[in-house]
Design a binder for this molecule. Structure first.
Ligand SMILES: Nc1nc2c(c(=O)[nH]1)N[C@@H](CN(C=O)c1ccc(C(=O)N[C@@H](CCC(=O)O)C(=O)O)cc1)CN2
Ligand SMILES: NCC(=O)N[C@@H]1O[C@H](COP(=O)([O-])[O-])[C@@H](O)[C@H]1O
Length: 202
């Protein structure tokens, strides 16, 4: 019987992309299982999605490190130690809103991927959906999109695994554009995770 690949999914919010991964695993569309869901935010609804799916969760906040005068690198190193105990084949950042330092990334070379709601080289960082919509309204872009990329220290600049174009229409509001973006992301995250799993050494 084929051993399933082990996924750790890291979130900070609602977890709709986590849900897309959980559903794909359950339906056999991803040859993997989510073994742990990590959040840096206690109220992240994605933690409830994980619990409902019977997946172990880890709430790992940065605040105690900040309050103790400890560095982001110490946080990242301890976080990596926690995650490593679950022997992940691949780590998926699905709305994880912390920039990860080499103290984390070096522990999992070429095994951390990230979903970003913009196309390569466009709107790196946070609030990319709103920034793209405002750029469209200024006539600077005709469409946007989303991508999944390998994570390197430079933000949203790692090798691209998959992209998808998301059109913007004159009648759009930010909300209608955002909905179209999220629907596209839910498909892309599964496609890209599948590609990244296939690229892993046997
Ligand atoms: N080293 C990397 N870390 C992360 C990447 C990456 O490409 N390289 N991708 C991000 C996800 N992300 C965009 O896709 C992103 C998330 C958060 C931030 C950011 O500025 N975070 C601030 C805190 C913001 C907050 O808490 O609201 C911070 O970390 O200080 C930028 C990009 C995941 N990590
Ligand atoms: N820069 C990273 C970033 O903006 N990530 C974005 O966070 C959202 C998470 O949604 P979810 O919690 O519903 O999956 C997604 O839109 C994802 O692209």
């Amino acid at each position: 019987m084929e051993t399933k690949r082990r996924l750790v999914v890291m979130i900070s919010g609602s977890g709709t992309n986590l849900q897309a991964i959980l559903d794909a695993c359950a339906e056999g569309r991803l040859p993997a299982e989510v073994v742990l869901v990590v959040s840096n935010r206690k109220q992240a609804f994605g933690l409830q999605r994980a619990a409902r799916a019977g997946v172990p969760t880890l709430y790992f906040p940065l605040k105690p490190y900040k309050e103790a005068g400890r560095s982001r690198e110490e946080y990242d190193r301890d976080l990596a130690e926690q995650v490593a105990q679950w022997s992940p084949d691949l780590i998926v950042l699905a709305g994880w809103m912390h920039i990860l330092s080499p103290a984390f990334l070096d522990r999992f070379p070429n095994r951390v991927i990230n979903l970003h709601p913009a196309l390569p080289g466009m709107f790196p960082g946070t609030h990319a959906i709103q920034r793209a919509f405002e750029a469209y309204q200024r006539g600077e872009i005709e469409a946007s999109g989303c991508m999944v990329h390998y994570v390197i220290p430079e933000v949203d600049a790692g090798p691209v695994i998959a992209t998808a174009r998301v059109p913007i229409f004159p009648e759009d509001t930010l909300e209608t554009f955002e909905q179209r973006m999220h629907e596209t992301e839910h498909r892309l995250i599964v496609e890209a995770t599948h590609k990244a799993l296939e690229a892993l050494p046997v």
